[in-house]
Design a protein around this ligand. Structure first.
Ligand code: FUB
Length: 448
């Protein structure tokens, strides 16, 4: 009976975890901080292995600095709806990790011969925090765990931000940062290195480099990495015809921003499109050690160079019309009268709102899938201390107006329901415009 009850409890917990629906758009995870995203495609599903930033508190990490004690893994099949599988590794479950360090930094995951290998850096008990990081491995039968950590870190590897490249011939390479970038072959067991680590030559010699991520496309090996060229990290990339180098710096992948000192990225090809996973401090604008993962599309030129990626709020993926559409993650907006703010500055995890406060101010949200079943109405979660009128239209040739909604004067957020005057099947960009004077705040819109 006891065993049966415990199995039942485990199943319930698992079901809750697997059903957790994390938000779409940027940032992609909105109920916790995530950073240093390592994205991998396993079995047609995208898995995201980020660092998990938390706020240091008394006796837990160093206030004002990075603080991480565990890792979660997330997955998606459409880049829009994410599942959180919960904690896969925590520092107090790894025999070799210094549990006073709270420094479970950027990880990666690789698949080989039926097993998943999760690589993560941390100061070790024997090294102590000041003497640098070691890199350990945890092994699982599934990309989402449970992962069993090895008793000791990888021998003769010292540094942070591990990345594993499995080459076309099946050879696995471990790459990491320790002032410079290092690379070494992994033995077939994926747990030990083969030979001596080599420095990757050709990298910038001035300004910090870290977070290496290597991938291959059409015989070109790309090495992406954050680099402090000026005052904060920008993403750059280098190329080579071999994983071992020599690499040549090719350019900037994403410009630096003043608000977030770090950035780190990974690259995947999923359903014929290339994506750049990176981070910013969207949910913590005043403390850049609490970061959030973003995704944007990435495009190659014919000669194999990469177009610089412009960060967006809209991110990627097609939003189902029946979802709560967070138009504050916009694709475009009018220069005046349209702004974005946190719903509650004391709890940023509640997300953002759109504020329209000039006649004809508008905001546009791209790629909403209306499907083929007739959509009849719209729900808008709104707040207005003046009252106002919103017009909802499609960004197509005839700019079809699909709804005109009166938002009543109200001191509280309320749901306003209105019929659609038109329906057009398929994928559309939607525009929400203020068609009156006054001020209307919008949390989200949703169609039925
Ligand atoms: O997240 C902690 C560290 O910050 C990472 O390991 C670095 O690459 C930087 O993002």
């Amino acid at each position: 009976m006891k065993i049966f009850r415990s199995i039942l409890c485990t199943l319930i917990v698992l079901t809750i975890l697997l059903d957790t629906n994390v938000f779409a758009q940027n940032p992609v995870i909105r109920d916790q901080y995530t950073a240093d995203p390592s994205a991998r495609v396993f079995n047609d599903t995208v898995y995201l292995y980020p660092s998990h930033d938390i706020l240091a508190t008394e006796g837990k990490g160093r206030p004002g600095w990075f603080c991480m004690e565990d890792y979660h893994v997330f997955s998606t099949t459409n880049l829009t709806n994410w599942k959180d599988y919960g904690v896969i590794i925590s520092q107090n479950k790894v025999p070799w990790v210094n549990t006073k360090a709270f420094a479970m930094w950027a990880p990666d995951c690789a698949y080989k011969n039926g097993k998943y290998y999760f690589y993560f850096p941390s100061p070790s008990k024997s090294n102590g925090f000041s003497r640098g990081f070691s890199i350990g491995v945890a092994v699982s039968d599934h990309p989402y765990g449970p992962f069993i950590p090895q008793a000791e870190p990888i021998k003769d590897v010292h540094g942070i931000d591990p990345c594993v490249l499995i080459d076309k011939d099946g050879q696995a390479y471990l790459i990491w940062a320790a002032g410079k970038f290092f690379i070494v072959k992994l033995k077939p067991d994926m747990l030990e290195i083969e030979g001596k680590p080599r420095i990757i030559e050709g990298m910038p010699s001035k300004g910090l480099i870290e977070g290496p991520f290597m991938f291959e496309r059409n015989g070109i090996y790309y090495l992406t990495y954050p680099h402090v060229q000026d005052t904060t990290e920008r993403l750059e990339y280098a190329t080579s015809d071999s994983p071992m180098g020599h690499f040549k710096v090719r350019g900037v992948l994403m410009d630096a921003t003043p608000d977030c000192w770090t950035n780190q990225c990974s690259v995947i090809k999923f359903k014929n499109q290339w994506y750049l996973f990176y981070h910013h401090n969207d949910l913590s604008p005043h403390f850049d050690k609490n970061r959030s993962v973003r995704i944007d599309s990435m495009f190659f030129n014919e000669d194999g160079t990469i177009n610089k990626v412009t960060p967006t709020l809209r991110g990627v993926g097609i939003t189902d019309v029946a979802n709560e559409i967070q138009i504050d993650r916009y694709s475009a907006k009018s220069d005046q009268g349209a702004s974005i703010a946190f719903i509650d500055t004391s709890n940023t995890f509640k997300g953002w709102k759109t504020i329209l406060d000039l006649p004809e101010a508008w905001i546009q949200y791209n790629s909403v899938d209306f499907g083929s079943r007739k959509t009849k109405s719209i729900n808008i979660k709104a707040l207005s201390n003046t009252g106002g009128t919103l017009q909802i239209r499609l960004d197509n040739a005839d700019g079809a107006v699909i709804a005109t909604v009166t938002i009543p004067k109200n001191k509280e957020w309320s749901m306003i329901h209105s019929s659609l005057t038109e329906f057009e099947p398929g994928i559309h960009n939607i525009i929400v415009q203020l068609n009156s004077t006054g001020k209307v705040e919008i949390d989200w819109v949703k169609f039925e």
